[in-house]
Design a binder for this molecule. Structure first.
Ligand SMILES: C[S@@+](CC[C@H](N)C(=O)[O-])C[C@H]1O[C@@H](n2cnc3c(N)ncnc32)[C@H](O)[C@@H]1O
Length: 476
């Protein structure tokens, strides 16, 4: 299978011929003029605008039907007529002269096709569907347009200004290439987006200085980013931006591997979570804090990627305290917490106008005897969410019952929420532990207790399904 060869043509001062004088011809003429071409239009009648362009001396118009010889001296031609016979004749001449031809909506008579273009200054993205669906090309262009706003044109201007200077200042081509990627992957675009061009210049300047003399790198920064509950699509846009600009990613076990792929290829990836089947963190929290501080002090941009939200049982607060004490700049990018997203993914709302106007999020290990929580008060709350509670599920349910919560209170355990292997087990305070055990539920799992469990349409339906203990509604 062969493909169209994509190219951006330099048409400055070159002759281009447009056969046709209607709205589409006019649009093509404008595009060619934008590219600096010398345009001749051939058509017995032409649109008002083409008339005006002729009066302004911008285009030449032959007010007559096409005739062989019209393409003489042209490097490119466009047939914008709805007459296939004319297109055929223009095609024959174009082929004979070696002139590139696009016949609008007439693929057999095209030696090139016009892509859908998204343009921001000198940034241009061209989309082709090989002539199969211009409508799809337009929709894709609109999507790309939402990703690449005017800030990219401004950034490109800044990069263009820098090109010669960088070649001089960083003569080693390999280091220079790496530096270019560091710059475009950095948060300089954020400064541009905020309209702070001086700030963007300064940010880029620091990266250049760091590449010139690594030992003079200034202070880095730590972005503490919530990765969301599991599905990599549930990180925030800001989180993803930070990740894509990271030089070092320090991550936990529950972070989805696809997210690590988002960091630049050369970014260092440091795993500090607990390996499955082993006790404790592979790196104690104090050492993680030191790692963050030292890496940022070496001038690098660190992303500390944590499951869910960094401040919900994620020890993010301790890391912030350590960074603050060390005078290292940091930023917190909140995430979607599994405390709300795991029940949500199973169709269980954590609040409900009829069932729960408050909910508490509790750490599962709080169920041991040393807990200083007021369990009488917890047992009176309409909805409770337990994280890290699967292993202690029998103790949690027993303790709630002992503190006065009715045995028949609905309860659910949702494991691997938002991931393809999501599983939900539904029961009551009296039955959930046994059912979860029987179902072989594995962590990570979130527990929900309260009438909200019974209120969810999905849960209701699943529960009715033959009293099945183990359900796998799975994420949408
Ligand atoms: C150390 S806590 C971190 C919580 C995280 N900071 C957050 O906001 O989701 C880990 C616990 O979160 C819950 N959890 C994390 N990911 C989960 C998932 N995909 N499905 C269900 N529960 C999950 C489990 O209770 C797990 O034991």
């Amino acid at each position: 299978m062969t493909h169209f060869y994509p190219a951006f043509l330099d048409l400055r001062g070159r002759r281009a011929v447009v056969v046709g004088g209607g709205a589409i011809a006019e649009q093509k003429v404008v595009g060619l003029l934008d590219a600096g071409a010398r345009v001749t239009v051939i058509s017995p009648t032409v649109s008002r605008r083409l008339d005006d362009l002729e009066s302004a001396g911008t285009v030449t118009i032959g007010r007559r039907p096409y005739r062989p010889g019209d393409l003489a001296g042209a490097c490119l031609a466009i047939a914008a007529t709805d007459d296939r016979a004319v297109n055929r004749a223009v095609w024959a001449e174009a082929e004979a002269r070696g002139v590139l031809l696009n016949a609008v909506d007439d693929l057999p008579h095209c030696s090139f096709i016009a892509p859908a273009i998204h343009r921001q200054g000198d940034v241009a993205v061209a989309i082709s569907t090989a002539g199969k669906s211009p409508a799809l090309a337009v929709r894709l262009r609109e999507r790309i347009g939402r990703l690449i706003g005017p800030e990219y044109a401004t950034l490109l201007e800044l990069l263009g200004e820098l090109r010669a200077e960088l070649t001089r200042r960083v003569p080693d081509a390999r280091i220079r290439t790496r530096l270019w990627y560091r710059i475009v992957d950095s948060d300089a675009i954020e400064w541009v987006r905020r309209g702070d061009i001086a700030g963007a210049r300064a940010r880029i300047g620091r990266l250049v200085e760091a590449a010139e003399e690594p030992e003079t790198r200034g202070a880095g920064i730590v972005h503490i980013v919530g990765a969301g509950p599991g599905d990599p699509g549930l990180i925030t846009r800001r989180g993803l931006e930070r990740l894509r600009a990271a030089e070092v990613v320090v991550y936990d076990r529950l972070v989805h591997p696809d997210l690590l792929e988002e960091a630049p290829p050369w970014a260092e990836r440091i795993f500090v979570g607990k390996r499955p089947g082993r006790e404790g963190h592979s790196l104690p929290q104090e050492q993680i804090n030191v790692l963050l501080i030292e890496t940022a002090r070496s001038g690098r941009v660190v992303v500390r990627l944590k499951g869910g939200d960094p401040f919900v049982f994620g020890r993010g607060a301790e890391e912030c305290e350590a960074l603050r004490a060390a005078g290292v700049p940091y930023e917190v990018v909140p995430g979607v917490t599994s405390a709300i997203a795991a029940p949500g993914a199973a169709g269980i709302p954590v609040t409900h106008r009829r069932h729960a106007s408050a909910f508490a999020v509790v750490a599962g290990h709080e169920c041991d005897a040393a807990s200083d929580l007021d369990w009488d008060a917890l047992a009176r709350l309409p909805a409770l969410v337990f994280l890290m509670g699967l292993r202690a599920l029998p103790q949690i349910t027993a303790r709630l019952i002992a503190h006065g919560m009715p045995e028949e209170t609905p309860a659910a355990a949702i494991a691997s929420a938002t991931l393809p292997e999501q599983r939900t087990v539904i029961g009551t305070l009296a039955t959930l532990a046994e059912r979860a055990e029987a179902a072989g539920l594995e962590p990570p799992a979130t527990l929900v207790v309260g009438d909200v469990v019974g209120s969810a349409p999905v849960a209701e339906q699943d529960r009715a399904a033959a009293g099945a203990a183990c359900l796998s509604p799975g994420p949408m």
